[in-house]
Design a protein around this ligand. Structure first.
Ligand code: PEP
Ligand code: MG
Length: 544
């Protein structure tokens, strides 16, 4: 038996045969070519094919691991479309009359040599992106798909996995991951969390090929991997595995129970969704409603705007599926990291500070009105609520409500049914909104706090940045102060307040948020039952 330790990603135990994934290196031979332009054309066609693949991966990754974590594929797509690296490969083919493969390999080597020793963390991460682009291009030029697809369920070992590799894994067959490198924020870790399987990263130890096919155990509670475990270890681990399965079952028993603390404070635990395909998970996890329907996903990944009818059908399906439970539809939150080509948004220096979300809607009321009409019409089929994103000023709420009223009047004239009492709320996700939440609370029926953007805009850190992660601290006292202030102001005006950003699903924060007075949590569907368990275990009457 061999024992290795590393950083654990999920507290779970898994047992199964080990499969070793080794990245196949590409042996690149330099050849002289007579017509360099033919090689440039070959490069361009591989580049276009690879960029199109990255676009598909981006869409797929959004639903698997969320928008922020999917962003890397967007970066790859952009680098393949136009970058210094690609310019350098082209120049090399033309100046040296060499084949595309040799130029890619040589350019990658040059970039690594020039920038590889740069102490700047940004450059280090840029180099690893260039290395990945080179691998993708070489694989495409050779039309190879050297990726893992296991025949039977297994625990996968790799030195590390790139995002491009993880997205192509046949994930249904993976019981867990072990990687020599990586961090809890690496792509292997993100994928493991999304799949709900254990992973141990950063073991610092290579596993020899002789272990391929042998039994391995991942103990995600202690961060230990056992290779070819002894009978004794195997039976202890099986018991631990049974215990964690029992915990999962225990969570299942919480279905149908109220989300109420020991001392009787009742809260609502709802789910965040991005599309109709998430509805099954919402029901399976017994969410008490949909606290955030990210409607912008209906607009993304297509070249034309969705029609009123198309949107109406999606919202109606969500409302009927939720059968009377509240469904909060957030109006389109396009812009910044959520690109939708149909909007033809201008290129901006700082898109996160630019034309996005409610700003687009107020500037293009026709698009806004189409969405509002579809939501209002769907509201006749359940309990819909509407929510406006990225609010910073009271006038924006007035204007958005004015447009909503115009649409209501148009529907009234035509005798089209809708819910006349539909709640209207706003996201509190900018420091400005939190700071004037006393005024905003007089205008709406509820607040939902978006801790992702609230942290980004308070801390001045791009939420998608991979090099600034140590500066992105959503627990920062400034963020907490803004949350507390918003909750207090909401309650002073007698409206309810929820949290729909990532921080809402952080169980270590549940008690603090409840003590602040938060009335609702909305999180990924798989977080609903753990949150209910946490709420039910708390007693707020005990002084802290
Ligand atoms: C947020 O900003 O916290 C939020 C919930 O909205 P999104 O993540 O979609 O921007
Ligand atoms: Mg947001």
């Amino acid at each position: 038996m061999e024992e290795i330790t590393g950083k654990s990603i999920t507290g779970m135990v898994t047992i199964g045969p080990l499969r070793i994934f080794r990245r196949k290196g590409f042996e690149v031979k330099e050849e002289k070519v007579e017509r360099p332009e033919t090689e440039v054309a070959r490069l361009d066609s591989a580049r276009n094919a690879a960029a199109a693949r990255m676009k598909e991966f981006y869409q797929e990754a959004i639903s698997r691991v969320g928008l922020d974590n999917a962003a890397i594929f967007k970066i790859y797509q952009q680098m393949l479309t136009s970058s210094e690296f690609i310019d350098s490969v082209r120049a090399m083919i033309r100046n040296q009359s060499i084949n595309a493969e040799a130029a890619v390999a040589q350019a990658e080597k040059n970039f690594s040599e020039v920038y590889g020793t740069d102490p700047d963390a940004y450059m280090a991460s840029h180099i690893s992106d260039i290395q990945e682009i080179a691998r993708i291009l070489l694989r495409t030029l050779r039309q190879k798909k050297a990726l893992f697809s296991g025949e039977e369920p297994c625990i996968l070992y790799a030195d590390d996995l790139t995002p491009n590799e993880t997205i192509q894994m046949e994930t249904g067959k993976i019981l867990g991951f072990i990687t020599k490198e990586g961090t809890p924020a690496s792509h292997t870790a993100i994928l493991a969390r999304a799949l709900g399987v254990p992973a141990i990263v950063a073991t610092g130890k290579d596993i020899e090929d002789s272990f391929d096919g042998k039994i391995a155990v991942i103990d995600g509670f202690s961060g230990t991997v056992y290779l070819e475990p002894t009978e004794g270890i195997l039976s202890v681990m099986k018991e631990k595995q049974d215990q964690s399965i029992r915990l999962k079952e225990l969570l299942q028993q919480l279905k149908g129970l109220p989300s109420v603390t020991e001392d009787g404070k009742k809260v609502e635990i709802a789910a965040n969704v991005s599309s109709a395909s998430d509805l099954a998970a919402v029901l399976k996890n017994d969410a008490e409603g949909i606290g955030l329907f990210r409607s912008e996903f209906i607009y993304m990944g297509r070249d034309s705007l969705p029609t009123e009818e198309e949107q109406f059908n999606i919202y109606k399906l969500a409302l009927e599926t939720m059968a009377g439970k509240r469904v909060i539809i957030r109006t389109l939150d396009i812009g910044a990291d959520k690109e939708a080509s149909a909007f033809h948004l201008p290129k901006e220096e700082n898109p996160a500070l630019g034309l996005r979300a409610i700003r687009i809607c107020l500037k293009q009321p026709d698009i806004f009105k189409t969405q509002l009409r579809s939501i209002l019409r769907a509201s006749a089929y359940g309990r819909a609520a509407i929510m406006f994103p990225l609010i910073t000023s009271v006038w924006e709420v007035w204007k958005a409500k004015e447009i909503l009223n115009e649409v209501k009047m148009e529907l009234d004239k035509k005798g089209i049914a809708y819910d006349h009492h539909m709640e209207v709320g706003i996201m509190i996700e900018t420091p400005a909104a939190a700071l004037i939440s006393d005024k905003l609370a007089q205008e709406v029926d509820f607040f939902s706090i978006g801790t992702n953007d609230l942290s980004q805009y308070t801390l001045v850190v791009d939420r998608t940045s991979r090099v600034l992660s140590e500066f992105f601290n959503p627990y920062h006292p400034a963020v907490m102060k803004l949350i507390r202030m918003s909750v207090e102001n909401a309650h002073k005006e007698g409206i309810w307040v929820g949290i729909c950003g990532e921080l809402g699903s952080d169980l270590s924060m549940t008690e603090a948020f409840l003590r602040m007075g938060v009335d609702e949590f909305s999180a990924a569907p798989y977080s609903v039952l753990p949150l209910r368990k946490q709420v039910r275990s708390l007693n707020l009457s005990e002084k802290k």
